[in-house]
Design a binder for this molecule. Structure first.
Ligand code: ATP
Ligand code: MG
Length: 574
């Protein structure tokens, strides 16, 4: 490709509204341009990268036995009503509209409904199973906070796959194959990632794992073990029960705590660490009006864990100030679990404590030396809190540490959630009609472009792994218009590289100083740069520089092409 016929649209200035590095570099490099909030144009350079990522995904999905299809972006309301998600899918995420005949539609945020409906007509015998359909296609989700460029867009590209099975065992097999396929795809792109246990969210189903690219800018917090392969989204990571405290039970005492409302204020007023306090949270119940949740003062409530307990409302809803006052007889800063006429659920760590402090249900007072067995009634113990760094890993090996990640993939065992509602059945070996079991497997294709940059950049710009770089090498001739020899060698090397399937960009733009071309090639992260100059040619050499290491080597002109092919091929296989 000759740069003079191409579209290189780099910017010197830092874009004002881009707050993380991948977004900044994608705008500065001219990979994308914003059209509206969370909606982007992909320019030629960006599209090349996107298509290379798609190619890797397609290859690996095909190897895993996936069958590519394309489903529509526009989806009829009826199918979503059948699955029950028309009203319920992640509040406001569905962009709905009506056509000229007043029929309702939405822009597809995901395709469970469409594929299940398709499977219903196309699949009728167990002999056709298992089968795994996939597509690489545009999705639309009306995200509340589109941000970070392509990382959280409204219109984005996803690879989504859906598998159909006669039983759970077959699903588990494909689920494992998809797990390994995802790991291979991310390895090929040279990403450092973790596969973590995850919540199934509004997609539903029994088991699910997320693939997170590790990056400080990631929106998700991941808990992992210092000693084992254990990793989980913080939403999911289990906090184990600590051993019960064994100190003697002391006499309970009421003490005045004027003006101390928060855990921190009470802790400093009583000169006691926050982990000797218990905080009580009043939330709405499912069948009873209210439920009390008790956690150690230094621990954080995990809403998902609370919602999983049958008696807590979903979504988790805190009682208002007035409600707390009427239920506990005191305001929020002074409430506790003694003589509380409500179901109480204690977090495991709270339940292990003795002689602790909690509110007295009397404004401006707390109780010390409170003990579950003597002072409270009706208490259930659950894992209610977020794990904390330093907690023991749930698998018994090592301690929990935190890191941040960008979710680039999510695999689910859906079971029969959609197939049952939508009546997708096949005949089994005995001729009996059976509801199919399903899996689904999403991967954020456009999000991956940003995720790679988050892990592969330096102060000059992007550092693409060669396999997804927009070009393998940029050729920069110095003063070609003044030197026939430079011009001639440039054209020869360029032609030979192209003939050998090396994706070379010849930067023949007129009116650009070499320094500017160098900076552009660095910003764009092209893995190799070949400089052809009169001075070099006097010694029969050209110079090649690695973007990553910055090392420059001289290559004899006669062997330059051969050497470059070798280097590029090597780095493609890294
Ligand atoms: P998130 O938690 O980041 O909102 P999700 O769990 O809602 O994502 P899934 O329904 O699991 O997303 O979709 C599969 C994949 O699609 C995700 O793993 C992610 O890589 C990608 N994806 C989801 N939402 C977006 C978005 N707004 N922009 C870009 N990619 C996205
Ligand atoms: Mg997800």
């Amino acid at each position: 490709m000759k740069a003079s016929n191409y579209s290189i649209n780099t910017l010197k200035e830092m874009p004002a509204d881009a707050d993380i590095i991948s977004h900044q570099l994608m705008i500065r490099g001219g990979l994308i341009r914003k059209v509206a909030s969370g909606i982007y144009n992909w320019l030629p350079i960006g599209l090349r990268v996107l298509q290379k990522i798609e190619h890797i995904i397609r290859q690996e999905m095909n190897t895993a036995g996936g069958l590519e299809v394309t489903m529509p972006v526009v989806q009829p309301a009826e199918l979503w009503q059948e699955s029950g998600r028309w009203a319920q899918y992640d509040e406001g995420m569905l962009l709905k509209f009506i056509d000229r005949h007043q029929r309702e539609f939405c822009l597809g945020p995901t395709h469970e409904e469409i594929i299940t409906d398709l499977a219903k007509t196309e699949l009728n015998s167990h002999r056709q199973l298992p089968i795994n359909f996939y597509q690489i296609q545009t999705k639309f989700r009306d995200e509340t906070r589109p941000r970070f460029g392509v990382l959280r867009a409204r219109e984005f590209i996803m690879k989504d796959a859906y598998s159909f099975h006669i039983d759970q065992e077959s699903l588990e097999h494909t689920y494992r194959v998809m797990h390994d396929t995802y790991a291979r795809i991310l390895d090929k792109m040279q990403l450092t990632f973790r596969a973590v246990d995850a919540d199934t969210g509004n997609i539903g189903g029994s088991a699910s794992m997320e693939f997170h690219v590790l990056a400080d800018s990631g929106e998700d917090k991941i808990a992992f073990s210092t000693e084992s392969k254990y990793a989980a989204n913080i939403e999911m990571a289990e906090a184990l029960s600590p051993p019960n405290e064994v100190t003697e039970i002391e006499p309970i005492q009421e003490i005045a705590t004027p003006n101390a409302r928060t855990i921190e204020e009470v802790s400093s007023y009583l000169e006691t660490p926050t982990n000797r306090l218990i905080k009580t949270l009043i939330v709405k119940g499912r069948d009873t009006p209210f439920v009390a949740l008790a956690l150690r003062g230094d621990h954080q409530l995990n809403p998902l864990k609370a919602e999983r307990i049958g008696i807590v409302s979903q979504p988790l809803t805190m009682a208002t100030e007035e409600e707390v006052l009427s239920v506990c007889g005191a305001s929020i800063g002074s409430i506790g679990i003694v003589s509380l006429n409500l179901p109480v659920i204690a977090d495991r760590s709270a339940a292990a404590m003795r002689n602790f402090i909690c509110g007295a249900n009397k404004n401006g007072y707390h109780l010390t030396n409170v003990n579950w067995e003597r002072d409270t009634q009706y208490t259930n113990v659950y894992d209610l809190r977020d794990v904390a760094e330093g907690d023991p890993s749930p698998d018994g090996l090592g301690k929990i540490k935190f890191t941040r990640g960008i979710e680039v993939g999510h695999i689910f065992q859906l079971g029969q959630k959609y197939s049952k509602k939508m009546n997708a059945k096949v005949l089994d070996a005995k001729g009996i009609s059976r509801v199919m079991t399903m899996g689904c497997y999403g991967m954020g294709v456009s999000r991956l472009v940003g995720a790679v940059i988050e892990q592969h950049h330096d102060e000059k710009g992007i550092l693409w792994p060669t396999i997804i770089a927009p070009f393998h090498i940029v050729i920069i001739p110095i003063n070609a218009h003044k030197s026939d020899r430079v011009n001639q060698v440039t054209q020869e090397v360029y032609a030979q590289l192209i003939a050998n399937d090396i994706e070379a960009l010849l930067d023949d733009r007129e009116g650009y100083r070499p320094g500017v071309k160098f900076m552009d090639s660095e910003l764009l992260g092209i893995p190799y740069r070949l400089v052809i100059s009169e001075r070099g040619l006097e010694h029969n050499i050209v110079e090649i520089t690695s973007r990553k290491s910055g090392d420059t080597r001289s290559l004899p002109v006669a062997r330059a092409t051969e050497k470059i092919i070798e280097l590029v091929k090597e780095s493609l296989n890294q």
